[in-house]
Design a protein around this ligand. Structure first.
Ligand code: SAM
Length: 347
């Protein structure tokens, strides 16, 4: 049993070495990635599958055959074997994911036609939106020419978040990315954005909406969401975000332009700005380069912008699941799961 346990640890250490090298090969912008190296390293890892599988069978047999005196060793062996079983269960998924990263095909950042809202998703979204903020617009917000809290369709929102996420992934890590919904109402878009981004804040002018959003997000335990009561025309922390989204916050065109100019002036170069419907206004203020319908990048133009877009188009869609997101130690898969451009496929 001792010998099998040692072999098990040594074999996994060997796979870890290979997967660390493979993660480095993948964490290069897709356009400059060495596909042959990715495939070669994956083939070396894949070749270890059969021996790890038979090793875990041998360990199980040895544990069953061991006598009571070996209880500590048996426990150690069983613990390591169970961890290995869970890692082996990820193998088919990695076998699909990794070769797809050798020479990724470009795919538009935003689909040509907006995907229709799935009827069940639309129903749930509508219900959540009403539960989060059942209030009428306050007189104060109406006087400031704010739009009421009318939600954008979730499929369109999700497609935009995906585009922003791919732009960030193409540049490197997204593990700490911060998202801001300017005019968040009850905060449901912030909640949805947590699928992609580590911290999702909402800024809301209407105090009644803001309070409702704060209560709703606290009520469902959305720890990565913070609803801030404030005015988009006075807010001076746009530079703290990697992705800034807004959907028809202000009805008065000059104020709307002022808000877009404020965001463009404060946003760090590379910040992704998502503005469905308001794209024309955003484009008119300058400082935001357009990469797709309603998707802009702050402080980036010309060739640099085109290169970013081309890199992002080669990043597959879907949120990334990192090693820390699993309820077990992913061991030799961890470097690959944490490699920045490794999107998790949709089920
Ligand atoms: C059309 S709703 C969009 C709701 C949500 N963001 C979505 O996409 O589903 C616009 C929201 O922006 C808020 N808003 C309007 N003017 C604002 C301002 N100056 N500062 C912050 N929020 C504002 C409104 O109160 C309203 O909740």
């Amino acid at each position: 049993m001792q010998e099998l346990l040692e072999r098990c640890l040594a074999e996994q250490a060997g796979v870890l070495e290979l997967s660390t090298a493979l993660a480095e090969a993948i964490a290069v912008p897709p356009g400059r990635r060495d596909g042959a190296r990715v495939n070669g390293l994956w083939a070396q890892i894949d070749a270890r599958h059969a021996s790890l599988h038979s090793l875990r069978m041998s360990m199980a047999r040895a544990e069953r055959a061991s006598d009571r005196a070996d209880s500590r060793l048996r426990l150690k062996s069983a613990t390591e074997r169970r961890a290995l079983v869970r890692r082996l269960a990820l193998w088919p998924l990695m076998a699909t994911l990794i070769p797809a990263h050798a020479a990724p095909e470009p795919r538009p950042l935003i689909p040509r036609n907006w995907p229709p809202d799935d009827p069940l998703m639309a129903l749930v979204h509508e219900a959540l939106h009403r539960l989060a903020n059942p209030n009428a617009q306050s007189d104060q917000a109406r006087a400031a020419e704010c739009y009421p809290d009318i939600p954008l369709g979730m499929a369109r929102f999700d497609a935009m978040c995906d585009a922003a996420h791919r732009l960030l992934l193409a540049r490197g890590s997204t593990a700490t990315a911060r998202f801001l919904d300017v005019g968040c109402g009850g905060g449901t878009k912030c909640l949805a954005a947590t699928r992609y981004f580590a911290q999702c804040d909402g800024l809301e002018y209407d105090p009644v909406y803001a309070r409702a959003g704060q209560d709703a997000m606290a009520g469902i335990g959305a720890r990565a969401v913070q609803v801030i009561e404030g005015d988009a025309l006075r807010f001076d922390d746009y530079g703290a975000y990697d992705v800034i989204y807004f959907y028809r916050p202000i009805s008065e065109p000059n104020r709307m332009r002022e808000m877009c100019a404020r965001i463009a002036a404060q946003a760090r170069p590379g910040t992704v700005v998502l503005c469905p419907i308001d794209g024309e206004t955003a484009a008119s203020v300058g400082g935001l380069g357009q990469v797709a319908q309603d998707v802009f990048v702050a402080g980036t133009t010309g060739e640099a912008l085109r290169a970013q877009c081309a890199d992002a188009e080669r990043v597959g869609p879907g949120p990334v699941r990192r090693s820390a997101g699993f309820d077990f130690d992913t061991g030799f898969w961890a470097p690959l799961l944490d490699a920045a451009s490794l999107p998790w496929p949709e089920p």
